[in-house]
Design a protein around this ligand. Structure first.
Ligand SMILES: NC(=O)c1ccc[n+]([C@@H]2O[C@H](COP(=O)([O-])OP(=O)(O)OC[C@H]3O[C@@H](n4cnc5c(N)ncnc54)[C@H](OP(=O)(O)O)[C@@H]3O)[C@@H](O)[C@H]2O)c1
Length: 366
């Protein structure tokens, strides 16, 4: 099999897995493809299913049935080797008669960590690891960050005018990006486990923070507000419709319990962490708590103050800036605070993409 064919089929496996990002937490969204020896026939494909089970390998192998015998399995993450809520995928691969496995990366979860590959090799299957490894690490960044750091991976997204402003305190709401860019952002939301903002954004904009793309409405992830003193209005949109899309408010241990009761009565959930030295939500602890609840990918849509504080605490893994080239209105809230500007020096620009007249730029931690 040529390396080019392996890459083409692994790219397909990755794409299948990436379609379900945001739906499989606490599990990674893996993709798998079963193909014949020279890659000319794709026998079956599969992705981790919503809720995290069944795993991609089982979906693909079940679909291939007897036709898996003697074939090659492409999988975007090492097959699991432990008995969790379902039996190990490595057992299923061995039982299927697959002859060769091409795996993108090892799973750093210490219940797997190379044992999945070792079990396959011990059963006489040829195993090659490392095909499209960089893309797989990006695709599984949420899972990798959660198992190695105990917290979800954080992508910060901010929109700015060409002058560098993210909002306006003194004037009417600034309209920064157009329809195409907004649709792109809604797609990014659909691939996140949660959307997170600071209380300043709720007070200024009263956003819905949901997915409003035709056909993808059911993919609205959990909404999270970082709010040290429970200032979120009970009448805000994200609290009002928390029966439709869950809303979690992360606050400090000392915040009012009476206020909490009002949120709970409206269907929102209140999570408490210890305050930091400034009396605000300790962001490191907040993210650890979200990781313990199973979240792997948090999409933080600002505002600028929360984004700056996340940068100060070294809690940003990816940064997306959308520059609105035909923004309407006058801004006076700078998008990039001083800590975020410094933090960007350590990030790597990994791509850009136009959306209508607007421009997205993507950075990530090397
Ligand atoms: N262009 C964009 O992408 C974009 C995105 C969002 C918002 N905006 C605009 O930005 C403005 C609001 O942004 P903002 O920066 O004032 O609000 P923000 O970042 O949404 O929220 C800041 C608030 O978060 C709370 N917070 C809790 N723990 C914190 C911590 N550890 N560190 C920092 N903050 C913490 C603080 O209030 P407590 O201490 O009370 O908790 C703080 O005042 C509005 O004009 C809005 O329209 C623009």
């Amino acid at each position: 099999m040529s390396a080019g064919t392996d890459r083409r089929l692994m790219a397909l496996a990755l794409t299948l897995g990436e379609r379900n990002l945001g739906r499989t937490w606490p599990n990674p969204s893996v993709g798998a493809v079963v193909a014949d020896e020279d890659g000319s026939l794709i026998v079956a494909g599969g992705a981790t299913q919503p809720g995290g089970r069944p795993h991609a390998e089982r979906v693909a192998l079940a679909s291939a049935g007897e036709a898996a015998r003697g074939r090659t399995l492409y999988v975007s993450l090492e097959p699991c080797s432990h008995h969790g809520k379902s039996p190990p995928c490595s057992d299923a691969v061995i039982a299927s008669g697959i002859r060769r496995v091409v795996s993108a990366i090892e799973d750093p979860d210490d219940r797997v960590a190379g044992r999945g590959h070792a079990l396959l090799r011990a059963a006489g299957i040829s195993v090659e690891v490392g095909c499209l490894a960089d893309r797989a690490r990006r695709s599984h960044r949420g899972h990798m960050t959660r198992v190695t750091k105990g917290r979800p991976a954080v992508t910060v997204k901010l929109a700015r005018t060409t002058e560098g402003f993210a909002g306006s305190r003194s004037g009417p709401r600034l309209l920064i990006t157009g329809e195409d860019a907004r649709a792109r952002v809604h797609l990014m939301r659909a691939h996140a486990d949660a959307i997170m903002v600071g209380i300043g954004t709720i007070l200024a904009d009263d956003p819905f923070l949901d997915v409003r793309l035709p056909g993808l409405e059911s993919r609205s992830p959990i909404r999270i507000v970082i709010d040290s003193g429970l200032r979120t209005p009970v009448g805000s949109r994200i609290v009002g419709d928390s029966g439709r899309v869950p809303t979690w408010i992360v606050t400090t241990a000392g915040a009012s319990f009476e206020a909490e009761r009002a949120f709970v009565a409206s269907g929102a959930e209140v999570l408490r962490v210890e305050p930091d030295a400034a009396g605000r939500v300790d962001l490191g602890q907040a993210l650890q708590l979200l990781g313990a609840r199973g979240l792997t990918r948090v999409f933080c849509e600002g505002g600028p103050e929360l984004a700056n504080a996340l940068a100060r605490a070294d809690l940003i893994d990816e940064l997306t800036l959308a520059t609105g080239r035909s923004a309407r209105g006058q801004g006076d809230v700078p998008a990039l605070g001083p800590d975020l500007q410094d933090f960007m020096d350590g990030l790597r620009l990994v791509g850009d993409e136009g959306a209508g007249s607007d421009l997205f730029m993507f950075w990530e931690k090397p």
